[in-house]
Each structure stands twice: as structure tokens, then as C-alpha cells.
Design a protein around this ligand. Structure first.
Ligand code: GLN
Length: 542
């Protein structure tokens, strides 16, 4: 019988519930327990693929091509697993399938209600991922905060799960926030009490309360929470804001959470082995020389939009014993003044994006990198901007573009792929998920991957236009990664440049703190050798 841990959030959002869940996954894995993780998102969108990054941050893509919540990125990075379509459930998916069943007549004239029809569908989806993953223990995070109207059916479903699965097989963890009042220098518990009351009203009594706070929580504060919220004293766990997110598994294990979970479920008490993780965190926190990377994007004021890119840079820098300092540069502001803003960066990353806003600034950044010999890593849109820039240089005209930004371009070096023509529906219709990429021997890409083939995750509609391949290749563009049939250019690089490599896929989704991605490793390796004036002395901007 599988065990379930349901994690809810209280008081406010953005208290790091996703990181806590990912960290719990890590501490259980370190005790030899197989885990899988699922996120239940109460919003009505079918998936976040159609949502603006301003609303939702990054869209994380799973190997099987699901466009999911960025928390799945935390789960994969911390637990070291690969998740799937079924690991992210939204109200939109649940309601669509219940309504489709109703239209088919599956309910034989019954009245369709939130309880039991919607809650049954939610429970079916939780059990489905348990079966697929064959994990001993399922971690299920409910998105949003207790009290949200949309979250009610999910809370009702997880309440029923305790009865269905047996009381000893289900544990509820509530993650709350304890605000600090500066005037009296106190950390307050009242919002937590209210939020636990709200949970109890639905019928869920938390077994563990994780108290996020920016300040130390006193023993008497913990006593108070234990008393008012009716939770064992040792199950009130404090989680103080840490220097790095990767420290959270260590803090939770030290606070005794691993032991509590194992005891409650009556699992065998295997020793926790977090030694390698601890060593990684120690190295991460140690002072190191910096490597300054300019990240040129259009959503830079919202860093969550580039979460996996930022993490992948940090993982690769650590492997090179460097600390990465990212300068977040708004591509719209770059147009015209690239030289001033990029003068001291040792490497340039142009990440993914959609729509024409800010693209000219990215093209400027690619030109700067090409002309000055600065290492450049292009990710999806970043490959397309590199090719547009190189095309403009080779053909000597600004008319070179992607048809995404100029439908009448005379040199459409990037164009809609054949399978994308005529696609009208926006949701879930891009080229999505893992595809093989053959690495062309003798290229930088083949050298850094040290392999003939790579499997990488995609999320885009546009591709390199093969009609321009020959003239661009003759001028120094190298198609160094190709689809197995040779038709799609998956990686491109410049022959006459120290390190200018870009890919049509998103390697950032596969980077892990303990196993950085080869492309990011290669890029940081080249960037750290790049001497630019002021690189080491620049102010920390992050
Ligand atoms: N907008 C581009 C495309 O659809 C790039 C997408 C991306 O960067 N993910 O092809």
C-alpha cells in the first residue's frame, strides 16, 4: 500500500512551499525511500502553457512534453527524478474530463456535483500517478493557500484520501508563514492559528506544521503553535529563510522531519545519507571567485520566468568552483546601448521567449557577443536570435528575420515548421518534450556532450529554415546538432568564435545541482576564462 503526504499552504503564498516539498522528497530519498511528487493546481487553465510569464513564472516542460508549473522543476532538481504529464493536475483538466464524461452520458442521468464527481476525478488522478511511478511514498502539493475558493475541491479530495487509504497511510503537512513585527521584535502565530482553523473546518487536522519565518522562532512560540493547533511539539518545525534553497533539505532533516515521517508511517528506520548533498551545500556557500553573466530577457523583472536557467547557471558555476553573478538585462532597454550594458560581462545568455517585444535587443546582444568574441549561449529563442543576427551579417540586410516577428521577411531564416502550419489552437500544440539530437563529430557541441546523441526537451513552434542552411554554413555557421533525419537544426554554433553555441531545445530543464548540464558547463568554462575589464569588480546585481 502506498503512503501519501499531502502538503497544504497557509497564511500567504510564496513562502517556498514547492521548495519544502522538493526538500522533503530529497530527505526521504536519502533514507532509501522511493518517492514521486505531484502538484495539484486549483486554477482553471488546463495547463500553464498559455499563461503569461508575468502571471505564472516559468513553464517547466517534462520529458513527455507536459507544460507544467515551475514547482515540478524544484521536484526534479532536488529529488533527481523525472516526472510526467500526470504529475501536474489542474482544475481545468479535472473539470474538462468530468464534463466530457457527462457529455458522453457516462453518468447515466445523474446530477454531476463537486462532491463526489469532481473529488473522485481528483483522487483518480492522484492514484494514477502513484501507479505509474510505483513509488513507496507520494508527495502531493496542493497549490494556493487554504481558504481560496478554487482550492476547496482539492482539499475535500485529500481529506477523503485519509479515510480511503487508511489513517496510517496518510500524513498532512501544513506550511505557514510567521510574520515578524519589528516594533516589538516578535514572531506572530495568530495567522497560523487561523489558517489551521480553516483547514480543520474542512476536516483536515495537520500532523506537521512547517513554520517559515525570516527570524528565529523561540521555543515558547513553538509550544504555543503546538497547543493551539493541536500538533505534537516535535512536529512544529521551524524553517528559517536560508542562504541557498539547497540548504532546506539539511535544515528539515536536522529539525527531525525525516524521523517524524518514517515513525508515523512505521517505515524501517534507515539512516539518512545526505553527505554528498551537505558537501555540495558547503561548497555552494563558500566564498568563490565570480563569473559575470549577462542574461538578456524580456521578463527580467520577474526572475521566476527564468528559474531553471538561473539554477542551471548556478549548478555549472559550482562545478567550476565559481559563483555566478547574473546581470538581468531587459532586452527592450538594450537596443541601441548594448555596449554600455554588456561591456563587463564574461558571457551572454539569451533564453527562451515568445512574441516580438524585445527581440531586437537580443539580436544586438548576439552581435556584441559575435564581434567581441564573448561566450554566448542561446536557448531556444536565443538560438533563433543568434541565427537572425548572423544572417543579417552574412546577407548584409536588416530584412533577415523570423516569420514570428516579420511575416513578410525577405530572408526568413527562422520559420514555422511544416507541422505547425495551420495549427490554430494555442494550448499544448507546440513541439513539446524530449527528442533525440545527433551531435556532429568535430564540433564544440559533440566535444562538450562527449557523446553522439543527446535527448533534450523542446517547447517552440519555429525552426531554422533549411533554405538558408547552405549560404550560412559556407559563411561559418555550423549545424552541430541535428534531428535523426538531418532535417532539423537542433544546435548551431559559429566556427570563427571562441564559444558561440545555441540550441533549439531547453537544456536548463535537465540540469541538477549534483549533475550540471554539459552545455552550461561548457559555457561557464569558456566564460570564466574571458577577461573583460571590470568583470571581477562589478557590483553584485543579483
Ligand atoms: N518563440 C519561439 C518559437 O516559438 C521560441 C520559443 C522559446 O524560446 N521557447 O519557436
Amino acid at each position: 500500500m502506498s503512503k501519501y503526504i499531502f502538503i497544504t499552504g497557509g497564511v500567504v503564498s510564496s513562502v517556498g512551499k514547492g521548495i519544502s516539498v522538493a526538500s522533503i522528497g530529497r530527505i526521504l530519498k536519502s533514507r532509501g525511500i522511493s518517492v514521486s511528487v505531484q502538484k495539484l493546481d486549483p486554477y482553471l487553465n488546463v495547463d500553464p502553457g498559455t499563461m503569461s510569464p508575468y502571471q505564472h513564472g516559468e513553464v517547466f516542460v517534462t520529458q513527455d512534453g507536459a507544460e507544467t508549473d515551475l514547482d515540478l522543476g524544484h521536484y526534479e532538481r532536488f529529488v533527481g527524478i523525472e516526472l510526467s504529464q500526470s504529475s501536474n493536475v489542474t482544475s481545468g483538466q479535472v473539470y474538462s474530463s468530468v464534463i466530457a464524461q457527462e457529455r458522453r452520458g457516462d453518468f447515466l442521468g445523474g446530477t454531476i456535483q463537486v462532491v463526489p464527481h469532481v473529488t473522485n476525478e481528483i483522487k483518480r488522478r492522484i492514484r494514477e500517478v502513484t501507479e505509474i511511478s510505483r513509488a513507496d511514498l507520494m508527495l502531493v502539493e496542493v497549490g494556493g493557500t487554504v481558504g481560496d475558493i478554487e482550492g476547496q475541491p482539492f482539499l475535500e479530495a485529500i481529506r477523503q484520501m485519509r479515510k480511503d487509504e487508511g489513517r496510517d497511510n496518510v500524513l498532512y503537512i501544513h506550511v505557514t508563514f510567521l510574520p515578524h513585527i519589528a516594533a516589538t521584535d516578535e514572531v506572530k502565530t495568530k495567522p497560523t492559528q487561523h489558517s489551521v482553523n480553516e483547514l480543520r473546518r474542512i476536516g483536515i487536522q495537520p500532523d506537521v506544521i512547517l513554520c517559515r519565518s525570516d527570524k528565529e522562532i523561540s521555543e515558547s512560540t513553538k509550544d504555543k503553535i503546538a497547543l493551539f493547533c493541536d500538533v505534537d511539539r516535535e512536529a512544529v518545525i521551524s524553517l528559517i529563510t536560508s542562504e541557498t534553497i539547497y540548504e532546506v533539505p539539511l535544515l528539515l532533516e536536522e529539525a527531525g522531519l525525516g524521523e517524524i515521517i518514517v515513525d508515523r508511517f512505521g517505515l524501517s528506520r534507515t539512516e539518512s545519507d545526505l553527505e554528498e548533498w551537505r558537501e555540495m551545500v558547503t561548497r555552494l556557500k563558500a566564498p568563490k571567485e565570480t563569473v559575470v553573466i549577462g542574461l538578456i530577457g524580456k521578463y527580467v523583472e520577474l526572475r521566476d520566468a527564468y528559474y531553471s536557467v538561473r539554477e542551471a547557471l548556478c549548478h555549472a558555476a559550482l562545478a567550476h568552483d565559481r559563483e555566478v553573478r547574473i546581470e538581468w538585462l531587459d532586452s527592450e532597454e538594450l537596443n541601441g546601448v548594448a555596449d554600455d550594458k554588456l561591456g563587463h560581462v564574461q558571457g551572454i545568455v539569451v533564453p527562451g521567449g515568445f512574441g516580438c517585444r524585445g527581440v531586437e535587443g537580443m539580436v544586438k546582444a548576439a552581435r556584441f557577443a559575435r564581434e567581441r568574441g564573448i561566450p554566448y549561449l542561446g536557448l531556444c529563442l536565443g538560438m533563433q536570435t543568434m541565427i537572425i543576427e548572423f544572417g543579417r551579417h552574412v546577407f548584409g540586410t536588416e530584412g533577415v528575420n523570423s516569420t514570428e516577428f516579420d511575416t513578410d521577411s525577405t530572408y526568413p531564416v527562422i520559420d514555422l515548421s511544416l507541422d505547425q502550419r495551420g495549427v490554430e489552437q494555442k494550448g499544448g500544440t507546440m513541439r513539446l518534450g524530449t527528442y533525440p539530437c545527433h551531435l556532429v563529430s568535430g564540433t564544440t557541441a559533440a566535444r562538450i556532450y562527449d557523446s553522439d546523441v543527446a535527448y533534450e526537451r523542446h517547447r517552440h513552434r519555429y525552426e531554422f529554415n533549411n533554405s538558408f542552411r547552405q549560404p550560412l554554413e559556407e559563411s561559418g555557421l555550423v549545424a552541430s546538432g541535428l534531428s535523426p533525419d538531418g532535417r532539423l537544426v537542433e544546435i548551431a554554433e559559429l566556427r570563427d568564435h571562441p564559444w558561440m553555441v545555441a540550441c533549439q531545445f531547453h537544456p536548463e530543464f535537465k540540469s541538477r545541482p549534483d549533475s550540471p548540464h554539459p552545455l552550461f558547463l561548457g559555457f561557464i568554462g569558456a566564460a570564466k576564462e574571458t577577461l573583460v575589464e571590470g568583470a571581477q569588480t562589478s557590483l553584485p546585481l543579483e
